[in-house]
Design a protein around this ligand. Sequence first.
Ligand SMILES: NC(=O)c1ccc[n+]([C@@H]2O[C@H](COP(=O)([O-])OP(=O)(O)OC[C@H]3O[C@@H](n4cnc5c(N)ncnc54)[C@H](O)[C@@H]3O)[C@@H](O)[C@H]2O)c1
Length: 377
Amino acid sequence: MQTVRFALLGCGQIASKHGAALSRLVPGAELKAVCDSNFARAEALAATHRCRAFNDFDQMMAEIGHEIDVVNVLTPTGYHLDGVLRVAAHRKHVVLEKPMALTEHEGLQMLQACEAAGVQLFVVKQNRFNAAVQKLHRAVRAGRFGKIVVATVRVRWTRDQGYYNKDAWRGTRAFDGGVLANQASHHIDLLQWLVGDVHTVSAYTARRLVEVETEDTAVAILRFGCGALGVVEATTATRPKDLEASISILGEGGAVEISGFATDEMRTWQFKPALPEDEGVLAEFATKPAGQDRAYAHAQYLRNVVASVRHEAAEIVDGYEGLKTVRLIEALYKASEQGAEIAIPRAAPNRAVVGPLSGAGIRAVYPAPAGQLYAAK
Ligand SMILES: NC(=O)c1ccc[n+]([C@@H]2O[C@H](COP(=O)([O-])OP(=O)(O)OC[C@H]3O[C@@H](n4cnc5c(N)ncnc54)[C@H](O)[C@@H]3O)[C@@H](O)[C@H]2O)c1
């Protein structure tokens, strides 16, 4: 069976999880090389995983591009577009860290480049692969909630001034975004994945405890297309330490809450009518299995990437799914700036999203001009 050969672009914090997953936890994957403009970081990661180190992407591709199938773009968010365009130009598949982009326009350029190059674009949403989240997803798909009433995510994490000062890109509008775009993008993605498309949003943002350009705190109210309401409470200003990242769904048939630091501990699982299997759910999903690797969820994600590249059945999050979250988060920021409820234009079917990238091209794709604001009924 085909070994899928990877390279990493960007060797910072998240690269350690990709490296660990690809070297130890993903059958059929091989990590060939890592690249970082800070060569010392590339060398350190390469030494851990016994692969080649580069500080120049084009040099890496010139030397060993023929041995690489997939490049994982793990650079600061504001550099994602540049990274994806470079990788697509070499006709390699792309694994892209979340958030895919800070604007829908950038995300569309990525989709178009990958489509033109005939390569796949995978956006990392590893929380979808948490065992408890997968269990919740199956319950939603089975219709066990009946009519969904309200879905809530709470991200209550701690990021102090030291965290933001560590790297120049953190907390900037152009390269990072605030708690909504960065930390909470996972949980906002989960809401939309589990409950469906969001039609309108209202949001407020605030910067409370750190000196950065972006918000450290946000609250938002969502109206889903299915009629359910949604609540987002997200902050990196929890003190003195992390509290939780949770999601709950309440419906006419039952209620589920998953909490813990990484949305992987089932707290509530109650349905009426109950099924015999319900009794064991909390015992099985209330805590992560002891000794589970830190890179477990990334490994689950990357296993699916390997399968997809091999044309096997795979549960992937592609660029179109990634773009839905970007569109929603952009709308949250607009709602906060405007102090108004904002309607989100309905996305066209996947394939129709890719078109000419002039303003006119984007308008042709969406029923309303991208980013147009209008009050909801
Ligand atoms: N999935 C998750 O849970 C998760 C967690 C953390 C970070 N992330 C995402 O991963 C991305 C990186 O975050 P991080 O915390 O690892 O950042 P980081 O600053 O620790 O690492 C980024 C690395 O990219 C390198 N770099 C920057 N520009 C480059 C270029 N043009 N070419 C080569 N190397 C370049 C930097 O030198 C640095 O080593 C961000 O988009 C972030 O949102 C995702």
